[in-house]
Design a protein around this ligand. Structure first.
Ligand code: AMP
Ligand code: GLY
Length: 426
């Protein structure tokens, strides 16, 4: 099979490595990729939103399967663009069409979908410029804290949690009247605050059937003990200790099945990954968000626990044969620790040489590139999150210790990482 993978992060390196290990993979291309994916296949130099270049590569490289890593091209309709093109009639795409991608692309769409299908989630109301004054009145009497979400994609920054009413009204004005998040935030979802613990579950769906992949928990804040601003994710663990078989059963019955059935009932032939973001309140799962793709850095712990051949699994998803697949997982604990550029998630510099990338002990660890590129035959930093080290261990503590030991071998100017991933489980 000839495969094109879109994206350039750690998620894509983890997918590319696993794909390249499959005997079914004849050729793998990654666009635009990073210095790590270049070791698993051929990087192509065009962006994830350059639909014409993607189409041309599918024709020139005789691609059978496209896997879309990030959400942006999905929300912009890359799947519809490719599968409706008569020149690409044999091509399969892993990633939902534009309507299915609305599960992530519009918080209002996702909330209304959850309501229609009785999926447990925080109570909410939705506001735009048209009912702005009603929104202000609503906020003033809302219990604290107040969660406000920009409707559209806002690069992970569209959620604001306000501790008092004054701040909430000011944020609401910034979002709706002053377009703080651009058009994405001109519609705002105001939602009840849920107190609990977060975890994520990943499903692969073929339009009809689904399989559940290993669950994960990520660490979003920049600072130790979950302090400071949000990032794309500073580390992840899998399995999640509190994800008991009873909780996983509730998640499947109350959320996954109604979601899959809801998609089918609404005529959305969803083919791709669904990322379910949960708040577990007591022992009940509440949906916080859907994503129409895998998570990053969650993929860097989920894929290393997956024993199945990934190409076989993705081919089964394209052929609506997931009912014939059984997911096999590695029982060991897997953790990843992310190394970031100094200054991230604020301003940071790029272009620093990274040393020691090839010194990782392959017995228990894998280094996945995130924001890296090659310049003058050297691997240099090219993003806020630069790489992560995933390790297998007997426990979360053990796996994180192994990653931290390996971390000592790699360096670049300004490198930082959280040394407390999984701290609450010690
Ligand atoms: P999201 O972009 O939807 O993942 O939201 C970002 C973060 O905001 C989540 O990971 C939660 O930590 C927090 N959050 C979102 N919705 C709620 C909610 N209803 N109650 C409490 N925290 C929330
Ligand atoms: N790590 C969170 C995400 O990928 O959305």
């Amino acid at each position: 099979m000839r495969i094109l993978l879109l994206g350039s992060g750690g998620r894509e390196h983890a997918l590319a490595l696993k794909i390249s290990q499959s005997p079914l993979c004849e050729n793998l291309f990654i666009a635009p990729g990073n210095a790590g994916t270049a070791q698993c296949g051929t990087n192509l130099q065009f962006g994830i939103n350059d639909f014409d270049a993607i189409k041309k590569a599918c024709i020139d490289k005789k691609i059978d399967l496209v896997i879309v890593g990030p959400e942006e091209p999905l929300v912009k309709g890359i799947t519809d663009f490719l599968i409706n093109d008569p020149a690409l009639k044999d091509l399969d795409v892993i990633g939902p069409d534009k309507t299915g991608a609305q599960l992530e692309g519009s918080k209002a769409f996702a909330k209304a979908f959850m309501m229609r299908h009785n999926i447990p989630t925080a109570a909410y109301k939705e506001f735009t410029l048209e009912n702005y004054h009603e929104g202000v009145d609503y906020l003033k009497q809302h219990e604290l804290p107040i969660v406000m979400k920009a409707d559209g994609l806002a690069a992970g920054k569209g959620v604001v949690i306000c501790e008092n009413h004054l701040e909430a009204v000011a944020e609401f004005e910034l979002m709706i009247q002053r377009a703080k998040f651009g058009d994405a935030g001109k519609r705002v979802v105001v939602e009840q605050f849920l107190q609990g613990v977060e975890m994520s579950v990943f499903v692969l769906m073929d339009g009809k059937n689904y399989v559940i992949l290993p669950e994960a928990k990520d660490y979003k804040r920049i600072g130790e003990k979950d302090t400071g601003p949000n990032t794309g994710g500073m580390g992840a663990v899998s399995p999640v200790p509190f994800a008991t078989p009873e909780l996983m059963k509730k998640i499947e019955e109350k959320v996954i099945k109604p979601t899959v059935e809801g998609l089918k009932k609404e005529g959305l032939e969803y083919r791709g990954f669904i990322f379910f973001g949960f708040m577990i309140v007591g022992d009940e799962p509440y949906m916080i968000e859907y994503n129409c793709r895998m998570g990053d850095p969650e993929t860097e712990v989920v894929i290393p626990r997956l024993k199945n051949d990934l190409v076989e699994l993705l081919a089964a998803a394209s052929n609506q044969q997931l009912d014939k697949v059984k997911i096999e997982t590695d029982p060991r604990t897997v953790c990843t620790v992310v190394a970031v550029s100094g200054g991230y998630p604020g301003d940071y510099k790029k272009g620093f040489e990274i040393s020691g990338l090839n010194d990782i002990n392959p017995a228990d660890s894998i280094l996945f590139h995130m924001g890296t590129t090659t310049a003058n035959d050297k691997v240099v930093t090219n993003g806020g999150r630069v790489f992560c080290i995933t390790s297998y261990g007997l426990s979360i503590f053990d796996a994180v210790e192994i990653s931290k030991d390996e971390m000592q071998k790699v360096s670049f100017t300004g490198m930082e990482y959280r040394s407390d991933i999984g701290y609450e489980f010690e």
